[in-house]
Design a protein around this ligand. Structure first.
Ligand code: ATP
Ligand code: MG
Length: 618
């Protein structure tokens, strides 16, 4: 199913790729609103603001406004990536803009380290808030704490219009009087205070005359509402805490459920998209914004909230708090450990922004919670890397292979040139060059003294279990010659230290008659003379269980003890001087990336991004 393009006259130039995006309920809502001109009358005052500010502005150049509102209390993870791709993607596709907004109304938790990392993550994913179609947007992200003055004014308005009161019950009394799913709540004895009394008391709260926790401002709605969120929710609390933006100006702070709709309204958000756990908050969201519209404080029509199912990914935790625990307890090397599902971790692991965008598109959005299999993420990665990743050969578990007749056939000390395409389907990407000599590195697992059935790589002449004489195997060294296995040398522990084979003359790939000798096996290799040594980090899933917390388990119990193994490998010489962050496909082994942190300065360090195919647990 394809979604119809927005109306031709004003639609942004949409590429084929965009117009063929599968539709979903959010796209349908936006298309419906655009078709009906729901937001067509909106004006934009050039910055967030109240009704008067926007009324004095121009017709909004953004056809829709969305937002991504992280709390800067940790690094973003793959779940946030879904939300970023969704919100910024919708804004892009419908000629709108998506605001990056730091939800920093909670004074205790913020950190500029997180602010910077969030900005970088959004940019790295390929999105921008400084552009509306072709028109300029805003350079700096928005900050919810910039709206504290307005929020305070809105609170006073609610008090004056009889829609809010200062409650001085204890927290315990408030909890009991809220009732529960079966029992309606009980009115607070403070509920009948007059607006004048409430206003005076609220100003005392603001002026620091009351202790932390001594009173809260509550919306006056309905203590018997079947939706507990409407039983006079708290909207302001007293909290003496230094705020990173406003310093010590305030000792009262808005509650999230009050702050969030106000932030959306000031920013003229049209579609406020959040995860399903906020569904029960929507009636309060509308109640509050309806009251503020009545009072003429915010522009109409006010924003609307829509909910979608959050991303749950198998083998992965998507909670900043739990990821912070892994970091703080040093279970991983940091937020950017390549095993972490954080955006910095995925990036260091070798994920591309394109892969994450494709993943977000493939999983789509729905209104019911489900689990997405981790292989979907890896599949999106392979599908985006396969067409672009240069190929190279690497030997991850090296053992030396000596070509015993090299000196006679090729001449002592000779090195023979070999070449291979950089990418098999893109000849225009050119050719890579390396040399073969008397000694090459091969994979230890490519030699078997007594091979199991179906093993077509190197084995010497031997007698099998049924007493049959089996001839030595002939295999091709990829892009090189055909060789015939002779045998191997072992150490005192029976470990193979060297494999020997004979070169069969006139069989080099790409030369006339190269295929005259038929082989069943082809093995990858690198030359001892020109291979580059590299530290290769082989990553696997961080948890052994698809649902690390299923049945109330502690996720730490399900950590995969083998999620990282480090090997010393040899890679082909084309890799000698590549910068960090370059991705490759090592033939047979999968996709690798030069590590963003440790690669370089005379040391090659590579991370395995993912194998050639999904082989987890097989
Ligand atoms: P966490 O529990 O990891 O802290 P959060 O929801 O508290 O997550 P916020 O910083 O408040 O984190 O989230 C910013 C935005 O990202 C929110 O709009 C939220 O809906 C969205 N988001 C967070 N986690 C997911 C997820 N797993 N799937 C989709 N969207 C998510
Ligand atoms: Mg949160």
């Amino acid at each position: 199913m394809t979604s119809p393009a927005p109306s031709k006259a004003t639609a942004p130039a949409a590429s084929d790729k965009e117009t063929h995006k599968p539709s979903n309920f959010l796209r349908q809502i936006i298309e419906h609103d655009l078709a009906n001109g729901t937001y067509a009358s909106r004006k934009w005052g050039g910055s967030p603001g109240d009704a008067a500010h926007h009324a004095a502005g121009q017709p909004d150049p953004a056809r829709v406004r969305l937002r991504f509102p992280p709390e800067p209390n940790g690094y973003l993870h793959v779940g946030h990536a879904k939300s970023i791709c969704l919100n910024f993607g919708l804004a892009r596709d419908y000629g709108g803009v998506c605001h990056l907004r730091f939800d920093d109304t909670n004074p205790e938790k913020e950190d500029t380290e997180y602010v910077d990392s969030i900005i970088e993550a959004v940019k790295w994913l390929g999105f921008d808030w400084a552009q509306i179609g072709n028109a300029p947007g805003k350079d700096a992200p928005y900050q919810a704490s910039d709206y504290f003055d307005f929020m305070y004014r809105a609170a006073e308005y609610l008090i004056e219009s009889g829609h809010a009161y200062v409650d001085e019950q204890s927290a315990e009394e408030m909890r009991i009087n809220r009732g529960d799913f079966v029992k309606p709540g009980t009115d607070s004895p403070f509920r009948s205070r007059t607006p004048a009394e409430n206003l005076a008391r609220f100003r005392e709260m603001r002026d620091g005359k009351l202790e932390d926790g001594a009173a809260v401002l509550r919306a006056k709605i309905d203590m018997a509402s079947p939706n507990i969120n409407l039983r006079d929710p708290a909207i302001y609390r007293i909290r003496r805490a230094h705020h990173h933006n406003t310093g010590d100006k305030w000792c009262i702070y808005p509650m999230y459920t009050f702050a969030h709709p106000v932030e959306d309204a000031l920013e003229q958000i049209t579609h406020s998209i959040c995860t399903l756990e906020f569904e029960d908050q929507r009636p309060f969201y509308d109640w509050l914004l309806d009251r503020l519209c009545e009072g003429g404080l915010i522009a109409t029509p006010h924003p609307h909230q829509y909910e979608f199912a959050r991303l749950n990914l198998t083998y992965v935790l998507t909670s900043k708090r739990k990821l912070a625990q892994l970091v703080n307890e040093k279970r991983v090397s940091g937020w950017d450990d390549p095993r972490m599902p954080t955006i910095v971790g995925l990036r260091r692991r070798g994920y591309t922004a394109e892969a994450i965008q494709l993943f977000a598109e493939r999983i789509g959005v729905s209104k019911s919670d489900s689990w997405i299999d981790y292989s979907t993420l890896e599949g999106a990665l392979r599908d985006t890397l396969d067409p672009i990743a240069p190929r190279a050969m690497a030997v991850l578990d090296p053992v030396k292979l000596v070509l015993t007749n090299w000196d006679e056939v090729m001449g002592a000390g000779t090195l023979d040139d070999c070449s291979a395409p950089v990418h098999p389907h893109h000849p225009e990407q050119g050719t890579r060059h390396f040399k073969i000599g008397k000694e090459v590195w091969i994979e230890r697992t490519d030699y078997e003294e007594t091979p199991p059935k179906g093993f077509f790589r190197l084995f010497p002449a031997h007698t099998n279990a049924s007493g049959q004489a089996i001839a030595a195997s002939k295999v091709r060294l990829k892009y090189g010659h055909v060789i015939e296995c002779v045998g191997a040398t072992k150490d005192a522990n029976g470990q193979v230290t060297e494999v020997q084979a004979k070169l069969i003359p006139d069989t080099k790939s790409g030369t006339p008659g190269a295929d005259s000798v038929k082989v069943k096996g082809v093995i990858t290799w690198v030359g001892v003379n020109d291979a580059v040594q590299a530290e290769v980090r082989l990553y696997d899933r961080l948890f052994t269980e698809a649902h690390p917390e299923a049945n109330g388990n502690d996720f730490l119990e399900n950590l995969n003890a083998n999620s990282l193994s480090v090997v010393t490998a040899y890679v082909e010489p084309s890799m000698a001087s590549i910068p960090a962050g370059q991705r490759f496909q090592f033939e047979r082994h999968g996709y690798f990336v030069t590590d963003l942190v440790d690669h370089g300065t005379g040391k090659a360090v590579l991370n395995r991004v993912t194998g050639m195919k999904d082989s987890f647990g097989k």
